[in-house]
Write a protein that binds this ligand. Structure first.
Ligand code: MOS
Length: 690
């Protein structure tokens, strides 16, 4: 019996495509009331007056909450969550009021009628590398050293045969899950129930309980389905606090709040723009002697988020001299946060394009250059890798892609008016398994039941967790009922850091094995076992990462500069693959999002007003079906005995890492135009075309 490794169909798939899966906003819990937030129209200042009378008399409006009337929160430590507590405005779009009404239309209309005047202060929202107020954060997300230095990069650069010294930029990006941030909240009998679109019911409960000063057992968070999150639903944002606040003001009535698409551009986090000063030094035969990366990025004035952009440069290649730094500008902007592969995703753009520039400079094939710099051990910790098959990914990818027939000269292949080129980049993502998630396996009414408070943010937890239990119980996965997405089930970690399957799966596997050992093959009704994910002592002895190689073909129209990517091919070494069907979706989804980052996505910032001007899906372009042609994800059969008992490394994020660099490198090979700032749009390519 092998349940792990089967391409089982998603358990939630039919429910989702037939519209019977109940998302947070759709929860039926009585006669609802509806909320609409009111947002600040200045980027910095203080509310002088706020007029709510017109909204309050509107038919259907129940009340309007502002800083004057809102309940005082027990904890205002997290300034992003401390909504409606004072008159200060820290960024345009910050919540200054909430209209509650019998219909969503009345709530929205009411919100339009609320009018505020401000004592406006001059705002400052423009990131630049030469700002004189850049500061060094104490740590970068979540708790890594801000700067590192090994050897002497300056000296190694001075004595290197060949150097590359360039500045790369990634844009501001907004997580745009299909399902907006949405909540149905009910305050009833001193119990707060939140049906919330979240990546973690327990972490969400903890955060909300703290804000309201409630014991955790008086907050229940329920989330059976999530229409995407990409990190933006990893922890609650202000909208959840607002929904809970409204529920407490209207006990017994379910309160509904969904952010509009436009509101998501100021209230749901985003990926900071980054400026990456990259330095590589190498010998003539392509051995790296120096890697330097100095990152400048932004955070908000009210809450710090420091994207760990330089992290992959610390461990990727075997240069003896390495130096990485992060500096932040605290601006009058919305609060940045997690977006798929924070750190690794932007942090593998500059460095992997720089590797391509170095390969070109040296006349060495870019696949070969990476292979020549493969480290024996983790350059950062000195520990061995628990497993590292980057070289195998590069070779297998090159073979499948047909890399060997590539003419290394850029800008020489012209086909029917299109310049054609190919590019490669490496991918990496840390593999982590978090201690402290508990799973229960029970025999109930003739069926096996698995319970864990995990959240399936669209990645496949509904499907893969029963597979893991089935493996240990030695029964078919169909014989197992899965229960997740509710704080009524045992405590589980967030669906984040690509750690869900490894973390929850380890607990599920152990609980199932314990169950089988304890009760044999013929358990009595009610028989039950549980297990909790333990700390992994091997973490101190091994560096644990998944690796990959991504190949892209770019076609750039020689006259118009139009850019197409007809082929993307990734090969990954990400440990054991529990379900090839859901895994392929994760890799392809990540790669598609990486293509999107390369060519389409960009939150266009207007510093005059301090806001994103393309704040909807008409103008914030995201790669769609028509932009994706032949996209393939493959993986190596990798066995890692150290990462966790399952050998699972995590696959949710690695697909987006390196993709944009592979595309940029392919565009260079096609045209000779080296684009160092994302996204790669035709206006940037045109001047370099023949
Ligand atoms: Mo992911 S950004 O760790 O949810």
């Amino acid at each position: 019996m092998t349940a792990i490794g089967e391409p089982l169909v998603r358990r939630d798939g039919a429910r989702k495509v037939t519209g019977t899966a109940t998302y947070a906003y759709e929860t039926q819990a009585g006669t609802p009331v509806f909320c609409h937030p009111v947002q600040a129209t200045v980027a910095r200042g203080r509310i002088a007056a706020i007029h709510t009378a017109e909204a309050e008399v509107l038919d259907g409006v129940l009340d309007v909450i502002t800083y004057r009337s809102a309940e005082r929160l027990a904890s205002t430590e997290d300034a992003e969550l401390a909504v409606l507590q004072d008159r200060e405005v820290a960024f345009r779009g910050q919540v200054i009021g909430l209209v509650i009404a019998e219909t969503s239309e009345a709530a929205r209309h009411g919100a339009e009628l609320v009018f505020a005047t401000y004592d406006e202060r001059e705002h400052d929202t423009e990131l630049a590398a030469d700002r004189d107020d850049l500061y060094k954060p104490e740590k970068v997300n979540p708790a890594f050293p801000t700067d590192t230095a090994t050897g002497d990069v300056d000296a190694a650069m001075a004595s290197a045969d060949v150097t590359v010294e360039r500045t790369y930029r990634t844009a501001m990006y907004h997580n745009n899950p299909l399902e907006p941030h949405a909540t149905t909240a009910l305050w009833d009998n001193d119990l707060l129930t939140l049906w919330d679109s979240t990546q973690g019911v327990h972490p969400s409960r903890k955060a909300i309980a703290k804000v309201f000063g409630l014991p955790e057992e008086r907050v229940r968070v329920v989330c059976p389905y999530v229409g995407g999150g990409f990190g933006s639903k990893g922890l609650p944002h202000a909208n959840v606090v607002l929904a809970a606040m409204a529920a407490r003001a209207h006990p017994g009535r379910p309160v509904k709040l969904a952010l509009t698409r436009q509101q998501m551009f100021s209230l749901a986090g985003y990926r900071t723009p980054t400026i990456q000063r990259m330095r590589l030094g190498a010998t003539r035969d392509g051995r790296l002697t120096a890697i330097g990366l100095d990152v400048v990025e932004q955070t908000s004035r009210i809450k710090e988020f420091a994207e760990q952009t330089a992290l992959p440069s610390r461990m990727m290649y075997a240069a003896p001299n390495r130096r990485t730094t992060h500096r932040l500008a605290a601006l009058d902007v919305p609060v940045p946060s997690w977006m798929r592969a924070p750190g690794e995703c932007p942090g593998m753009f500059g460095p992997e394009v720089a590797m391509d520039e170095l390969a070109h400079e040296l006349g060495i094939d870019p696949v070969e250059l990476r292979i020549r710099n493969e480290p024996e051990v983790d350059p950062e910790s000195g520990n061995p890798f628990s497993s590292r098959h980057l070289v195998e990914c590069l070779r297998e990818g090159a073979r499948r892609f047909g890399w060997d027939s590539r003419d290394p000269r850029p800008g020489v292949r012209l086909e029917d008016g299109w310049l054609v080129g190919t590019g490669v980049a490496s991918s990496v993502y840390p593999s982590s398994t978090r201690p402290g998630s508990t799973a229960v396996v029970r025999f109930e009414g003739g069926r096996y039941v698995v319970e864990i408070g995990a959240a399936d943010l669209g990645t496949g937890a509904w499907t893969v967790l029963p597979q893991i239990a089935a493996e240990a119980l030695e029964v078919p996965a169909e014989e197992i009922d899965m229960r997740l997405g509710d704080t009524a089930y045992p405590k589980a970690a967030v669906a984040g850091g690509s750690a869900g399957t490894g973390t929850w799966g380890s607990a599920v596997f152990e609980a199932a094995r314990t169950f089988r050992d304890k009760y044999g093959r013929d358990p009595a009704d009610g028989a039950e076992a549980d297990a909790t994910t333990g700390d992994n002592p091997a973490r101190k002895e091994y560096a644990m990462y998944a690796f990959g190689a991504q190949f892209a073909e770019a076609r750039v129209h020689a006259d118009t500069g139009e850019i197409r990517v007809p082929r993307l091919l990734g090969v990954f070494a990400a440990g054991r693959i529990v379900n090839p069907r859901t895994a392929r979706s994760q890799f392809l989804g990540g790669m598609t999002m990486g293509l999107s980052m390369a060519l389409h996505e960009e939150s266009v910032w207007d510093p005059r007003f301090g806001q994103v001007v393309n704040h909807d899906l008409a103008e914030y372009h995201i790669t769609v079906n028509a932009d994706v042609d032949d996209i393939q994800a493959h993986w190596l059969d990798e066995h890692d005995p150290h990462v966790n008992p399952l050998g699972v490394k995590g696959i949710g994020e690695i697909g987006i890492v390196g993709t944009a660099a592979a595309v940029a490198n392919a565009v260079f090979h096609a045209t000779g135009a080296r684009i160092r700032d994302l996204p790669i749009t035709l206006d940037k390519v045109l001047p370099a075309l023949p």
